[in-house]
Design a protein around this ligand. Structure first.
Ligand SMILES: Cc1cc2nc3c(=O)[nH]c(=O)nc-3n(C[C@H](O)[C@H](O)[C@H](O)COP(=O)(O)OP(=O)(O)OC[C@H]3O[C@@H](n4cnc5c(N)ncnc54)[C@H](O)[C@@H]3O)c2cc1C
Length: 441
């Protein structure tokens, strides 16, 4: 008789951790299949360092097959789920369609870029959610500085040297902080750019302060560091319209730029909202055991799930890696418990604090609510990332060391074309042909 099958959709923080835990505690009881469009786990929090040339792209991508013994990787993107017949339909990277049946299903498909109905944004903004987008942004920034050097007019040169980041959460703040240091270093290598003010970075948000969801001291640290570097921080401001030539802001100003970087946040992957199950702001409703009510064989975790926060009654857990990873572990135990291999347990986790890397020797952190900035925060931030990464630690630490003593690489590899990373795209990893089919449906 064949073994029962556990299918996990998504190999991010929640899915990866669940697969790893299940491979340890339930391998004998069931076959474990991981469905993911790419063959690596992406350590998303370090993407700003890839975009700014601090880290090589491979450092943040950890091999799934190399680190998940006993787990079968099925490359593809799930696009529909039949809950009655317990089948997942998926499309593989070469656009072949296939189906896989399950006995237990874990939905951990994470989130996608949040779009707002602002004219021109879909066409002209760069998203920041996956590795192709970070690699593309690195090339794009490098190219703007190189083209600025030979621009035919001062207006063109200024536009190419202006970078607008929308969204001052941790992603946008880190992108602006690292990006400013990166472009300052690039500009110093171009004699004709030396006579002008440093490349300009703007950080916009409708919120009243930078890092609005984090502790005030983190916001103050980030604001101080960014202002000192010359980043133009405009809170209570967003983009009204984007064109090829620049952006019009809600405060009425017009900013000529070729670089609009969209970090306004994320929304749950549409896969879960299409299931006909209860959702909360697009996230699949689950109980404290990460089980979908009325479906004892279906579980969800991470950004895609609305998990009750037992430490804050009435709330759901925020969309963070810290929660997603721990939910992955809890849900693995609860799935194993359904085979009599573990004890069922409710999910409960109190935030341990947050870290925000601001580039150079700067960071803001509040481990266990202790407010830190400067070198102490930097040490905590980097140690945290090294501990949290499931692989590539030595290579990552080596990159940090090299970055501290050597100049940054200033070449465009040109491996990712702009049409491969449209903003309105849940999976930049999918082949372009398949993506355009998806968008037209
Ligand atoms: C730039 C950036 C920086 C961040 N920094 C931090 C930070 O410092 N600290 C923090 O706590 N959080 C941070 N976050 C948030 C954190 O990354 C997310 O909360 C976390 O990744 C959620 O984990 P997840 O497992 O739910 O989803 P993800 O990690 O997004 O993984 C989802 C996986 O599912 C796959 N997938 C998607 N759709 C399908 C499908 N249909 N079929 C199959 N597979 C699918 C994806 O390819 C991906 O592998 C950051 C996010 C971003 C974008």
């Amino acid at each position: 008789m064949s073994r029962p099958r556990i299918v996990i959709v998504g190999a991010g923080f929640a899915g990866y951790r669940a697969a790893r835990t299940l491979s340890r505690i339930a391998r004998g009881a069931a076959e474990i299949v991981l469905v993911n469009p790419i063959d690596y786990f992406l350590y998303v929090p370090l993407l700003p360092e890839v975009a700014s040339g601090v880290l090589e792209a491979r450092r943040v991508s950890v091999s799934l097959t190399g680190t998940l013994p006993g787990v079968r990787l099925l490359l593809g993107e799930a696009d529909s789920i039949d809950l009655a017949s317990r089948k997942v339909s998926l499309v593989d990277p070469e656009c072949n369609r296939r189906e896989i049946s399950y006995d237990r299903l874990l939905l951990a498909a994470g989130s996608v870029n949040k779009l707002l109905p602002i004219p021109g944004v879909t066409e002209h903004a760069h998203g920041f959610r996956g590795l192709p987008e970070a690699v593309y942004l690195h090339d794009h920034i490098t190219r703007q500085i190189e083209l600025a050097d030979t621009a035919e007019s001062a207006a063109e040169r200024d536009a190419r040297c202006t970078f607008v980041v929308v969204g001052a959460g941790y992603t946008g703040t880190e992108v602006a902080a690292h990006g400013k240091l990166f472009t300052d270093e690039l500009a110093r290598r171009h004699p004709d750019l030396r006579d002008r003010k440093n490349p300009q970075w703007m950080l916009l948000d409708v919120a009243p302060r930078v890092l609005p969801e984090l502790a005030e001291h983190m916001s103050e640290t980030a604001t101080r560091v960014l202002s000192r570097r010359g980043v133009d921080i405009r809170m209570g401001t967003s983009v009204k319209e984007a064109t090829e030539e620049g952006v019009r802001l809600t405060d009425g100003s017009v900013v000529p730029t070729r670089s609009l970087i969209w970090c306004v946040g994320v929304r749950p992957d549409p896969l879960v909202s299409d299931l006909g199950l209860a959702t909360d702001k697009g996230r699949l409703v689950v109980d404290e055991y990460l089980n979908v009510p009325g479906h004892p064989d279906v579980f969800a975790a991470g950004d895609a799930a609305a998990v009750p926060d037992l430490t804050r009654p009435g709330e759901v857990t925020p969309m963070t890696a810290q929660h997603a990873e721990r939910q992955g572990q809890t849900v693995a135990y609860n799935i194993a418990a359904s085979y009599g291999r573990a004890e069922r347990r409710p999910y409960s986790h109190r935030d341990l604090g947050f870290v925000v890397d601001l580039g150079g020797a700067e960071a803001a952190a509040n481990p266990l609510k202790v407010p830190l900035s400067g070198l102490a925060a930097k040490a905590v931030t980097r140690s945290y990332h090294l501990m949290a990464m499931p692989g590539n630690r030595i290579r990552t630490a080596a990159d940090w060391l090299i970055d501290a003593v050597l100049p940054k690489d200033d070449v465009q590899l040109g491996l990712v074309r702009s049409d491969s990373v449209p903003l309105e795209n849940s999976s930049p990893e999918l082949p372009v042909r398949l993506r355009s089919e998806k968008q037209s449906t």
